[in-house]
Design a protein around this ligand. Structure first.
Ligand code: ACO
Ligand code: ACO
Length: 150
């Protein structure tokens, strides 16, 4: 499997990006302002992440997704670790990530990759999304914020 940056003239894998975030408007903004990386397996895109500089010295993984048929095989972990290496090699001091309160698997993965919870953005998903979203039988209302020093 190879992880590489998407060239400027290539289409971003929108179906995958929308798995991580149902808001087309937010996703469009992320790919316009951030750097998009893809994981390729047998010439097919199996995963994606977008890295976005947010404040001086800080970068955020704003979107990460693996094709549903290929989840649970370690691709997500490799993408998160790639993002951490990428941020470190570009001299960033902090990398951040956020996920919904219902994202049990995501919270497990991010903490296994070294992220610590820094706070809760209460009602984030109520303020920014018009439709109610459920995951693991739990309504997504709050954004759990995580970070790690590089
Ligand atoms: N309890 C404990 N550990 C768990 C649980 C759980 N319920 N669920 C997952 N994990 C662990 C796994 O055991 C594994 O750890 P390991 O490497 O020690 O075995 C790790 O979390 C998951 O590892 P991967 O197989 O590498 O993950 P995957 O390839 O499935 O990718 C991802 C994870 C990207 C979250 C994928 O499931 C996905 O695309 N989901 C839909 C989109 C999404 O929710 N994206 C994130 C939104 S937040 C954001 O974009 C910033
Ligand atoms: N992903 C999604 N849902 C999950 C997961 C998971 N990884 N793990 C549990 N759940 C859900 C189950 O699906 C179930 O939901 P459902 O009713 O919709 O199906 C619910 O959580 C668990 O329900 P129960 O079977 O009623 O829980 P149980 O009888 O196992 O009791 C408890 C839970 C008390 C935490 C038990 O596991 C335990 O004693 N653990 C060890 C001690 C402990 O950790 N206690 C809590 C410490 S914190 C404190 O004491 C305040």
């Amino acid at each position: 499997m190879e992880i590489r940056e998407l060239h400027g003239d290539e289409q971003a894998p929108m179906d995958l990006l929308l798995l991580a975030d149902p808001s087309r408007k937010l996703v469009d903004g992320y790919i316009r302002r951030g750097q998009c990386f893809v994981a390729e397996l047998n010439d097919e895109i199996a995963g994606v992440y977008v890295l976005l500089p947010t404040r001086p010295g800080t970068v955020e993984i704003v979107n990460i997704a693996v094709d549903e048929s290929k989840q649970g095989q370690g691709i997500g972990r490799r993408l998160v670790n790639h993002a951490i290496q990428q941020a470190r090699s570009h001299g960033y001091k902090t990398i951040e990530i956020g996920t919904g309160n219902s994202g049990i698997g995501q919270l497990a993965l991010y903490q296994k990759c070294g992220f610590r919870i820094t706070g809760v953005d209460r009602d984030f998903f109520i303020r920014h999304y018009t439709e109610e979203i459920f995951e693991n039988g739990i309504q997504v209302v709050d954004m759990i914020r995580l970070a790690q020093d590089l």
